[in-house]
Design a protein. Structure first.
Length: 222
């Protein structure tokens, strides 16, 4: 997003200010944030924001797949959900109240009847903090996004079937309280175009979604 914002400002002369945080943390701030656009790692958050009248138009950006992030070479032979309850491993999880991947992790582990058995060494508000801790070696395994693991030399990604059954959609929504809705719409259209944001997401290893937005009650394929 930093690259996309810089590219947009260079091309159109419109500065984009970015505030980073977990999807849930940002959602809780929307009513008082004074922001124009909400970008969530999981479209369920923009759906909630739409339901509560905080967001009007939404745009799908890219897919995310979750699994286990481990140290390079997978020294502890992590292969599945059962490894997240091992007592010999330092497990890191994202906070379900703050981050989309934390909420998804709780959903999957409850479905596997192991959520109550997990004793994380580390619980943090964002998935990036988990990846940083993995790379530093302060934890042994964490549930992270595949594309994030690809951005760290010291992290390998282990696909876990229970998590792979569902992909999450990164989604952007224009806030109904935006003081610059036309400018916000222009940036969102740039974000989901191959001439703009999608190409940059794709270069970063993301599985992008064909430019698709929901404007009011009308779905638009661009």
């Amino acid at each position: 997003m930093e690259v996309i914002a810089a590219s947009y400002e260079k091309e159109f002369g419109v500065p984009i200010d970015l505030l980073f945080g977990g999807s849930g943390t940002l959602l809780s701030k929307l009513q008082i944030s004074g922001a124009d656009i909400y970008l969530a790692a999981d479209s369920s958050y923009t759906d909630l924001a739409t339901r509560d009248g905080l967001v009007s138009d939404t745009f799908d950006v890219a897919y995310l797949t979750a699994g286990a992030g481990v140290r390079r070479g997978n020294p502890y032979d992590v292969v599945g959900v059962e490894d997240l309850v091992r007592r010999d491993l330092r497990v890191g999880l994202a906070n379900p109240e703050a981050a989309s991947i934390g909420q998804f992790t709780e959903q999957i582990l409850r479905g596997q009847d192991v959520w109550e058995d997990v004793t994380p060494e580390l619980t943090v508000p964002t998935v990036t903090e988990l990846a940083n801790s993995l790379e530093l070696g302060t934890i042994d395994v964490a549930v992270i996004w595949r594309v994030l693991a690809q951005q760290y030399e010291e992290i390998d990604f282990v696909a876990i079937p229970a998590f792979a059954v569902e992909k999450k959609r990164i989604s952007a929504g224009i806030l109904t309280a935006s003081s610059r809705p036309e400018a916000a719409m222009a940036f969102c259209r740039y974000l989901v175009s191959y001439e703009g944001g999608l190409a940059i997401f794709e270069e970063g290893g993301y599985e992008v979604i064909e430019s698709r937005g929901r404007i009011g009650e009308e779905t638009v394929i661009e």
